[in-house]
Design a protein around this ligand. Structure first.
Ligand SMILES: CC(C)(COP(=O)(O)OP(=O)(O)OC[C@H]1O[C@@H](n2cnc3c(N)ncnc32)[C@H](O)[C@@H]1OP(=O)(O)O)[C@@H](O)C(=O)NCCC(=O)NCCSC(=O)CCC(=O)c1ccccc1C(=O)O
Length: 337
């Protein structure tokens, strides 16, 4: 091949690679038509990844009821796993209270998240609310006492804070799938999730100062990181509600889709994540949190380093030598630059 021809082919290949990362301006024959940004696929146009992997499947998901190791059922949530796919779905099931949570709800959420974490087949977890009216309206105000929220045992609790920490540290992506209201403590739950897909009817806001409450923890710090300190002050001080498109502009949500497409689109995002390296996703979640999470963030990231190190011959040599009562021979392992 002549030098000029080779150069032209190289240029053509590079241009098509670059164009694969851009939304096309107009339909190009033989290529997919432009896609609305909310539905944009990461594998746009005809790049190599798309040629090899094809489109992200959009077939209907089939959910099967799930239990945790206790075998006990759930009253306040619905816990399901997708048949044949690594997706778990946890649904707050108190639609008559706009999916407000009580201590029992939170206990069940914690059990389900623990199970999804421990199930090595599960790679992504969806958190949502039953029905189209609300994702979650926060703590159940009818059960609020002077020491937190109390239900069956009469003890006041703020156990939703444990749930927030659990979601933050869970080494798998958690996606909030929001239809209707995500307000008060419900708004904080969606912010703690790694991604949020919102239906067009979604409404976001804090109500704490209206009802004599506030979240001075993640509910303030994560919000400030997400939307910036001024907007976070606005959201907390004024307690206004924001619609889905305002929330998208503020950086509170990743995508807004028609209500009837909410689950289909959320599952598509899950499937797209599930195509990727689970270890890369795991380490990225902890590294994206690490700088904000101080010692806890470093511990999570450091735990991932140890986890990966245990799989190496170098680490195995140390353990084997100990078990065989001999000196380890680390001389064969290079000290990399
Ligand atoms: C969500 C609304 C805006 C929906 O309005 P609308 O569609 O008109 O429905 P309603 O008729 O108002 O509601 C239907 C029905 O549901 C009941 N309900 C709704 N939300 C709650 C709730 N949070 N608690 C109890 N009950 C609720 C409502 O009373 C109706 O029932 P009826 O029998 O017909 O009366 C609107 O409902 C609304 O504004 N809801 C209240 C939102 C709110 O203020 N939430 C509490 C915020 S405070 C909080 O969540 C703290 C939580 C917490 O535990 C915490 C504590 C400390 C630190 C951190 C946290 C944390 O992060 O969570």
């Amino acid at each position: 091949m002549a030098g000029g021809e080779r150069d032209l082919k190289t240029l053509d290949r590079r241009l098509s690679t670059i164009s694969g990362h851009l939304l096309p301006l107009a339909p190009i024959s033989g290529r997919p038509p432009p896609i609305h940004p909310s539905f944009a696929s990461s594998t746009s146009a005809g790049d190599r990844y798309r040629r090899i992997h094809g489109d992200v499947p959009t077939h209907e998901v089939s959910w099967s009821p799930a239990l945790d190791e206790s075998g006990k059922g759930f009253t306040d949530i619905i816990y399901e796993k997708a048949v044949g796919e690594g997706i778990a779905k946890i649904t707050i099931n108190r639609p008559e209270r706009r999916n407000a949570f009580r201590p029992q709800t939170v206990k069940e959420l914690i059990r389900a998240f623990n199970d999804a974490r421990d199930d090595s087949y599960i790679g992504v977890i969806i958190l949502t609310g039953k029905g189209n009216d609300a994702f979650c309206s926060g703590g159940d105000q009818a059960l609020r006492g002077s020491d937190g929220y109390a239900d069956y045992d009469g003890f006041g609790r703020l156990n939703v804070l444990d749930l927030q920490v659990q979601i933050r540290r869970l080494p798998k992506p958690v996606i909030a799938m929001v239809a209707g209201y995500a307000v008060g403590g419900g708004h904080i739950l969606h912010m703690v999730c790694d991604l949020t897909i919102a239906a067009e009817n979604a409404i976001f806001g804090q109500t704490g100062p209206k009802v004599g409450s506030f979240d001075a923890g993640y509910g303030s710090s994560i919000m400030s990181r997400l939307i910036g300190p001024k907007k976070a002050r606005e959201m907390w001080f004024l307690c206004r509600f924001y619609n889905a498109s305002e929330a998208e502009k503020m950086g509170l949500v990743n995508a807004v889709v028609p209500l009837e497409k909410l689950e289909q689109e959320t599952v598509k995002w899950c499937r797209e994540i599930l195509r990727n390296s689970p270890t890369a996703i795991r380490v990225l979640k902890s590294s994206l949190n690490a700088v904000d999470d101080g010692h806890a963030g470093l511990q999570e990231l450091g735990g991932n380093a140890t986890l990966m190190f245990y799989g190496t011959d170098e680490a195995k040599e140390g353990k084997t030598a100990y078990m065989e009562h001999r000196k380890p021979d680390f001389s064969k392992f290079s000290r990399k630059p």
